[in-house]
Design a protein around this ligand. Structure first.
Ligand code: PMP
Length: 352
């Protein structure tokens, strides 16, 4: 017997590259703007003697502030260390049946990793040729459903009505709607948590609140769902969210005006870049996220990806079936996007 036979072997999720130095980084959907100045203020004034004590296991002030801002009771909120943490706990808590958990074939590539890790059976449901989710495909026996809205990496939004159709027709399963990108012009299903106790809505501070480095994610759902998630979380590690993060998150929520303004900036840059990419011969499904998933009519995505990287412009490319001729381009500042478009213009002209 070899000890390695008993190792839980997994093929881990591959995060986007984090290059150092002077690069234009459009590969991991980070927000190009800094967090609200309120975050800086609260962190610089923080009384570090507080750090000797354990933090509140429910996220204390952060959960209270979320309750106020999102208009839901504290019992309906779960906070975690990024939405990856929240989703990992949700998968572990709710996906424990015999039927396969279902999610789109083109989607956030962490879902199948968690399923493999936890030995959850799953089935990927193909998007149609326009990268759209067909709602009727989700009416079948299943052990749970996960749908990102807008979807990643396509950016395609599904209507609240279509999602409600899926939730309503799956009352025997938990339906997770991953709204990591919803603040960039999408519509949230959050109001539906009052109507459906099988709905879990997951959001994050990483994109629209410019705090990927702080790691805050949250889930909204019926108090029963949240209770079950807390039981699992407290069976692994009660103190996941540290005191500084709680303060920083609560401070960001104080500054709604800044949040709205930066989201609007990202949206207006996205709409401008869509027009420019079209002129350069790119095709893409309409995106409601802070990225565009684009293919070029003539030049291979892999070639553009490599040429851009050689010029220190990082976008994301996957060598995977159906999407290997697409680039996912995160929306940066106007200056960064001008540099990207300038590069593409010259490269596609053949002058680079
Ligand atoms: N869901 C989706 C669809 C994502 O693209 C991401 C970002 N990689 C996440 C969840 C996780 O983000 P975070 O853990 O930073 O909240």
């Amino acid at each position: 017997m070899n000890w390695e036979d008993n190792v839980r072997k997994v093929i881990p999720y591959t995060p986007g590259e984090q290059p150092v130095g002077d690069v234009i980084k459009l590969n991991t959907n980070e927000n190009p703007y800094p967090p609200s100045p309120e975050v800086k203020k609260v962190l610089s004034e923080y009384d570090t003697s507080e750090l000797r004590k354990y933090p509140d296991v429910y996220g204390g002030k952060l959960r209270d502030k979320l309750s106020e801002v999102y208009g839901v009771s504290r019992d309906n909120i779960f906070v975690g260390v990024g939405s990856d943490d929240v989703l990992a706990i949700a998968f572990l808590t709710f996906f424990n049946g015999r039927e396969p958990v279902i999610f789109p074939d083109i989607t956030y590539s962490f879902y199948d990793v968690w399923c493999d890790l936890y030995r959850i059976p799953y089935e990927m449901i193909p998007l149609n040729d326009e990268f759209r989710i067909i709602k009727e495909d989700y009416i079948r026996p299943n052990g749970g459903i996960v749908i990102p809205n807008p979807n990643a990496p396509t950016g395609v939004e599904k209507s609240v009505e279509d999602l409600e159709f899926i939730i309503k027709n799956n009352k025997g399963s938990i339906v997770i709607i991953d709204e990591a990108y919803v603040d960039f012009g999408g519509r949230s299903v959050l109001p539906l948590i009052e109507k459906y106790d099988n709905l879990l809505v997951v959001q994050t501070f990483s994109k629209s609140r410019s705090m990927a480095g702080v790691r805050i994610g949250m889930a909204f759902g019926s108090s029963k769902l949240i209770g079950y998630m807390n039981d699992v979380k407290f069976s692994i590690n009660s103190y996941t969210m540290n005191r500084l993060t709680i303060e920083a998150g609560a401070a960001a929520l104080e500054d709604n005006e800044y949040f709205v303004r930066t989201c609007e900036k990202v949206i207006s840059t996205r709409e401008r870049v869509k027009k420019q990419l079209k002129e350069l011969g790119f095709d893409f499904p309409d995106s409601k996220a802070n990225f565009i998933f684009a293919t070029h009519k003539r030049v291979k995505a892999e070639d553009i990806f490599n040429a851009a990287k050689a010029k220190n412009i990082y976008v994301r490319w996957w060598n995977k079936p159906r999407i290997d001729d697409y680039l996912r381009i995160s929306i940066g500042t106007d200056g960064e996007m001008d540099a990207l478009v300038g590069f593409l213009r010259e490269y596609l002209d053949g002058s680079i």
